[in-house]
Design a protein. Structure first.
Length: 170
């Protein structure tokens, strides 16, 4: 007679169900990664088989919770639970992408980290890069204005360029 068993992965996380058979004496032929105990899967939790019983492990709902719980996965791991954890981490970071990001170390372990505040040097470098980009755009437009003979546009661009230069003190 076939019966339903409940599978778990190498770390005990619920993996799904399978059918198991009984031998001629009526003993269930149960693989080592299965139990006959049905998990109580709660919403917002992972079911995990530990010490012969099912437990529920809370799924973090914020990046801060994930960091506090040392939440991690293998970034390229194929296991079902690993993929579920990776999806949770990516969704959490997407919801708080201005403050948090994922990080993958040399061993492919993915974690969540807070994005540090930029240093004054980094802020200055970003501002300078933005200014240079604006100046380059104006220069390209000035060449175009000259090429098409649009003196009015050229004069506007020249004034904009001078204003940027005088604003920065260059």
């Amino acid at each position: 007679m076939l019966q339903v068993a409940y599978r778990f992965d190498k770390d005990g996380y619920f993996f799904g169900t399978c059918s198991v058979q009984e031998d001629s004496a009526g003993n269930v032929l149960l693989p080592s990664d299965c139990t006959m105990l049905e998990p109580s899967v709660k919403k917002g939790y992972f079911a995990r088989f530990v010490n012969g019983k099912w437990t529920n492990e809370k799924i973090p709902t914020t990046c801060a919770e994930a960091i506090a719980a040392n939440y991690s996965c293998i970034s390229n791991g194929p296991e079902k639970h690993n993929q579920e954890v990776k999806a949770v981490m990516e969704a959490l970071v997407e919801a708080e992408k201005d403050t948090y990001r994922t990080k993958v170390d040399d061993n492919f372990v993915m974690t969540i980290e807070e994005i540090p505040e930029p240093t004054q040097k980094e802020k200055d470098e970003a501002a300078l890069a933005e200014l240079n980009a604006q100046l380059e755009t104006i220069k390209r437009n000035m060449v175009t204005a000259q090429a098409v003979g649009d003196d009015e546009w050229y004069a506007e661009l020249q004034a904009e360029y001078r204003a940027l230069i005088s604003y920065t003190g260059e």
